[in-house]
Design a protein around this ligand. Structure first.
Ligand code: PLP
Length: 342
């Protein structure tokens, strides 16, 4: 990227192109990909869109990284395509073919290559999103036209302080997802409560909220936009996936790295707030959050400090491994990278 050096945050910055496709229900087909400038009004969802009115919208969040060689690589794009498909199916929306997803992601990177930050200065965040057309009443939208768009923005850290521990607030007043709901899909509606819980957390002097299971409030589930891990006696623990938790691709990557590279035991199970508070290290994981250490947990009036509020050694190792693979400094043994531009 050209211009003066600034620390990138996670706010959206303008880029040149959005790639989109429209679904034609009568032919049961997604159109060829079209590149458009973001200000093109035909991309905007109409005020009558079921996506806007009923939050019946599915999206993904993934990243492209510039290596030292200058080449640009996508991180686990097939897994994001797969999860996009799973979320669409979960919301009874038309299947989006993996090959088209990969082509769209590559096209949006090619069109906006100048915005991909330099090696280790950030990444290009790519947001595939799909929504149905207009419908006044709620219902199912299978027979409606749909739009899928792929936009992007250069980003830096999601949590502005980088690899500095954050504080989380246990949001007992709120429930992110209930069994039988849509919590495991990446759909717009889920983020209404994430946003309100973040506000609640900030009102309680913390940076983000941690949700408990809605039914029993006895175990932790995830943050508003990230999964959670705890380390105790060299074992890596994370909540077991249910239909109330988003199956994070970073989560999966961390579990693989801990097992294969750090020879750690990995255990998916229910974790209580007290067990979390007694952990040696705690961190959040996500495409945006990468690996973000958690230094304190506020539960009601009690504040638990984790690892003296410092970043743990295993957290650092996992962060270095993950970002090392993403930036091309650690061999990509697991085949997670795909060249964005050929
Ligand atoms: N949980 C929620 C609710 C999220 O929004 C995200 C971010 O996408 C994650 C977890 C982490 O998922 P991933 O690692 O695939 O980005």
């Amino acid at each position: 990227m050209t211009g003066e050096k600034k620390v990138l945050g996670f706010e959206i910055k303008p880029t040149s192109w959005i790639v989109y496709s429209s679904f034609h229900p009568e032919a049961n087909i997604w159109s060829g990909l079209v590149s458009m400038q973001p200000q093109n009004q035909s991309l905007w969802p109409s005020p009558m869109s079921a996506g806007l009115n009923y939050a019946h919208t599915v999206f993904e969040g993934m990243k492209a990284f510039r290596h030292q060689s200058g080449e640009i690589f996508l991180f686990r794009p097939r897994n994001h395509a797969e999860r996009f498909g799973r979320s669409l199916k979960g919301l009874a929306m038309p299947y989006f073919p993996e090959s088209k997803f990969l082509m769209a992601v590559q096209s949006v990177v090619v069109g906006n290559a100048e915005f991909v930050p330099n090696y280790r200065e950030g990444s290009l965040y790519i947001r595939p999103i799909a929504w149905p057309g207009d419908k006044l009443g709620y219902g199912h939208y299978q027979k409606l036209p749909h739009t899928a768009a792929f936009y992007c923005s250069p980003v830096g850290n999601y949590y502005t302080e980088g690899l500095k521990p954050i504080s989380v607030y246990v949001a007992r007043e709120m429930t992110r997802a209930m069994p039988g709901g849509v919590g495991s899909y990446k759909c717009a509606g889920n983020y209404v409560i994430s946003s309100m819980a973040k506000l609640l957390a900030e009102q309680n002097g913390c940076q983000d909220a941690l949700f408990l299971d809605g039914k029993t409030q006895s175990h932790i589930e995830e943050l508003g936009g990230a999964n959670i891990f705890a380390i105790k006696n060299n074992v890596l623990y994370t909540p077991i996936l249910r239909d109330t938790i988003l199956p994070g691709i970073t989560r999966r990557s961390i579990m693989t790295l801990a097992k294969a590279e750090l020879r750690m035991k990995v255990c998916e199970r229910d974790i209580s707030v007290e067990q979390l508070a007694a952990a040696d290290e705690v961190f959040a994981s996500g495409t945006a959050a990468v690996i973000t250490p958690i230094g304190s947990v506020k539960n009601g009036k009690t504040i638990y400090t984790i690892n003296n509020g410092e970043v743990g050694q295993i957290t650092i190792k996992l962060y270095d491994l993950l970002t090392g693979i993403q930036y091309g400094d650690v061999p990509d043994k697991f085949g997670w990278l795909m060249k964005a531009i050929f």
